[in-house]
Design a protein around this ligand. Sequence first.
Ligand code: TRP
Length: 438
Amino acid sequence: MAGSAIGLGNIWRFPYIVGEYGGAAFILIYILSTLIVSLPVFVAEVTVGRRSRKSAYGAMHSLRPGHKVWKFAGFLAVFTPLIINSYYSVIGGWSLDYFLRACTGQFVSVEPSAASGIFGGFISSVWGPIVCHLVFLGICALVVLFGVKSGIEKFSKITIPTLFFLIIAMIVYSVSLPGAMDGVRYLLKPDFSQITPRSFAFALGQSFYSLSLGMGAIITYGSYVSKKEDIVLSGAGTAVSDLLFAILAGFAVMPAVFAAGIAPGAGTGLIFQSIPYVFSSLGQEVPWLSTLFSVVFFLSILMAALTSCISLFEVGVSFLIDRSRWSRPKATLAVFLACGLLGVVCSLSFGPLAHIQISGKAIFDLLDWFSSNILLLLLAFLTVIFVGFALPRQDVYDEITNGGTRPVNVKLFGFIYFLIKWVAPVFIAIIFVTNFIL
Ligand code: TRP
């Protein structure tokens, strides 16, 4: 579960959302949302998965047949990952491109002041990003087609810790750059005047996104969790490691952003603009180290993106195989075409289609917003309502306390149940509405 949680959401999305929605003060809201809302949602998702032993599509419906709304929840659990997969693979394509640039030593040869310019030229062009996106998605399709998933997952057991150490190294170096301390201050000194109602919506959306909540992933993983496992402890463990990774990524990126003179609210491309500055600065001093560092760094990001994308891809493919009795190749091709096409449109929205905007958002941002702030919240809401109201209290008690055998969880049960049944749904509902009226 921690492997699923840690990904581009932490490294790419978290820093840019923090920069756009309020810096240190946003991080406080983010931590609070994780504790008060996301953790109960996490526990509820694992409960549904472990109780039903089904993947997300049929889980709730199989526990409480007859109600259409639980079928709708199952539908969301297939639909949302597909949407996310489409634009996630565009970012995956960028990582692929940057990995290749690192291999050819491009970040070393360019002046630090020009390093962030690489990004603007790249994404606004038409073919480069599209080809990278399709190649990236194609790799996922091949993995899903040949079912070599377990090999890739073993690989990610190496890349995630590698990334961890690289990020630490990155923090040490980027903090030493001139002007970087402003970035550290930005992350540590809360300025509540930067907080708007929107910050709350984005904090919760980001928290769900980062923990892979609200899209059936944790329900599905929950169906594999053994009866002996402590759900609350797993949830807390996942949330803490995920949070740690996100905050570390923030400290690796934000000082570089300030040192490079980029606006923290620059949006989706934040890490792709700031990280080359770090490698380029290092390249002026020790070129070989910079090349080595950048190659391994972008390779790890690429792997983190691949593993997540493969899981998201697999959701759609296994759904088509189970429901429509399609063969694996046919299902894989269908998902590839659908996500590929939507991804191409997303990619173009940074260039030729940038003028198409709905309430100030280009297509990419719109999809990112729609899936994280709307779709994830919707399924998470249905899940907590399901566990709070449709499942008998005794069943929930059995899951959370492992049949009364976990003394700490037995003590905490009343509180956790209250969070799931009342606090989480009320918060999610309020924040959901915030998206539309403010
Ligand atoms: N949480 C992942 C991240 O932070 C992204 C993600 C969302 C994911 N849902 C998933 C990964 C399902 C694997 C499976 O990047």
